[in-house]
Design a protein around this ligand. Structure first.
Ligand code: ATP
Ligand code: NCN
Length: 209
């Protein structure tokens, strides 16, 4: 387990939580918080995707709306920050680019990329999957409704951990808003208010998943 990895002197341990965050919800925040505690991370950087190419079958909210919701959701936690890297690079988002850019920004630190069980199961379909594991240690976390397993990553490349189970998805949050149902306590209060202010997810005719 990476919990037992001994960090080099002066090296910071940076978690990276990539996601579309449309919208960000408490499942994302609990996963990041739990991994930060278990792996003794100094910081978790949330990285909203620019264009999530594996979600091209549905309409995704604008990058600015998703970025701002992520900032609102993480603002009160001094250990959490948000990076615009994937948004500002433009084009389709590939984690290989995210990690290369973060490595260049933090050459002396150790990176820990956090993924839910569903995303981890898809990882071998990601661009340059075989190179990913030289850039970061991967941490797969449990998610209700998904089986957490090592999808065949290189030895020592991934740790699997159990986190408090929150059966929340962005898909469900969007559907609830479209149907006029509340999302209070599924997403942070500021995010509920932002969704209302910007009238996001109102149109039930737009496919949600
Ligand atoms: N409830 C949850 N528990 C643990 N991990 C989660 C949870 N929700 C999302 N994740 C993880 O967070 C990352 C970003 O997820 P994403 O932004 O796609 O949210 P989502 O809820 O899966 O969205 P959607 O329903 O639109 O597919 C992924 O690695 C995903 O597996
Ligand atoms: O690199 C890829 O090809 C790739 C394909 C799909 C998803 N990802 C990354 O996985 C993270 C979660 O993605 P998503 O689509 O579940 O929100 C996010 O950081 C994405 O950029 C990365």
């Amino acid at each position: 387990m990476a919990e037992h990895i001994v960090p080099g002197p002066g090296r910071r341990r940076l978690g990276v939580m990539g996601g579309t965050f449309d919208p960000i919800h408490h499942g994302h925040l609990v996963a990041a918080s739990e991994v930060a505690a278990r792996f003794d991370l100094d910081e978790v950087i949330f990285v909203p995707t620019g264009q999530p190419w594996q979600k091209s079958h549905r309409q995704v909210s604008s990058a600015e709306d998703r970025y701002l919701m992520t900032v609102i959701a993480t603002a009160s936690n001094p250990q959490f920050s948000v990076s615009r890297l994937d948004i500002d690079r433009g084009g389709k988002t590939y984690t290989i680019d995210t990690l290369r850019d973060l490595r260049a920004e933090h050459p002396d630190d150790d990176l820990f990329f956090i993924t839910g069980a569903d995303a981890l199961g898809q990882i071998l379909t990601w661009r340059d999957a075989d190179e990913l594991f030289s850039l970061a240690h991967f941490i797969g976390v449990t998610r209700p409704g998904h089986h957490l397993a090592d999808p065949g990553l290189p030895d020592g490349g991934v740790s699997l951990i159990e986190v408090p189970a929150l059966a929340i998805s962005s898909t469900d949050c969007r559907a609830r808003v479209a149907h006029g149902d509340p999302v209070w306590y599924l997403v942070p209060d500021g995010v509920v208010r932002y969704i209302t202010k910007r009238r996001l997810y109102r149109d039930a005719s737009v496919p949600n998943s």
